[in-house]
Ligand binder design. Structure first.
Ligand SMILES: [Zn+2]
Ligand SMILES: [Zn+2]
Length: 142
C-alpha cells in the first residue's frame, strides 16, 4: 500500500476508534501493515526508532496493545513474546522448526464451530502448522 493510502486509512481508523492521529501511532501502524514477518515488540521498536528516535519501548508496546485490543492487528501470543500481525482476519501460520520463520496461509473464513462446544464463544481462529520451510528443505537437500 502507498504511504498516502495508508495514511488515509490510518486517519479513518483514528476517527472510528477515537485515537489521536500521532506520528508514533502512524509509524507503528505503517510498519505492522507493511511487514509479513510477524514482528515482536523489539522488531517494531528497532524500525520505528529510525523514524522517531525518541519513541520508547513502552509506547510501542502500548500502541500495539491498543491496536490488537480493537482487532486492528492480531496478537499471536497472549503471554510472552507476543508477535503482531497486520492480517487480523482468520488465517493460518506455518512455523518452521529449523529457522523459526512464520508464514501466512489462507483459511476459509466461514470456519465451523467446535464440536460439543462446552459454552465458549469463539471469535478468532488461528491454525498453526509446524514443519520445515521450503528454504530449509532446500538447504537440507544440498
Ligand atoms: Zn526454515
Ligand atoms: Zn499471519
Amino acid at each position: 500500500m502507498k504511504t498516502d493510502a495508508l495514511h488515509e486509512n490510518f486517519k479513518k481508523l483514528c476517527s472510528v476508534h477515537q485515537y489521536k492521529c500521532t506520528a508514533q501511532r502512524f509509524a507503528v501502524y505503517a510498519y505492522i501493515l507493511g511487514n509479513k514477518e510477524h514482528p515482536d515488540v523489539d522488531d517494531v521498536l528497532k524500525c520505528v526508532r529510525k523514524r522517531i528516535p525518541s519513541i520508547t519501548r513502552e509506547s510501542v508496546f502500548r500502541i500495539l496493545m491498543e491496536f490488537s485490543d480493537r482487532g486492528i492487528i492480531y496478537r499471536m501470543d497472549k503471554i510472552v513474546n507476543a508477535r503482531f500481525d497486520g492480517i487480523a482476519r482468520n488465517h493460518g501460520h506455518f512455523i518452521c522448526r529449523e529457522c523459526g520463520a512464520i508464514q501466512d496461509f489462507e483459511l476459509p473464513q466461514d470456519l465451523p464451530e467446535p464440536d460439543n462446544n462446552p459454552g465458549f464463544q469463539a471469535d478468532h481462529v488461528e491454525l498453526r502448522i509446524s514443519g520445515i520451510c521450503a528454504e530449509c528443505a532446500k538447504k537440507a537437500r544440498t
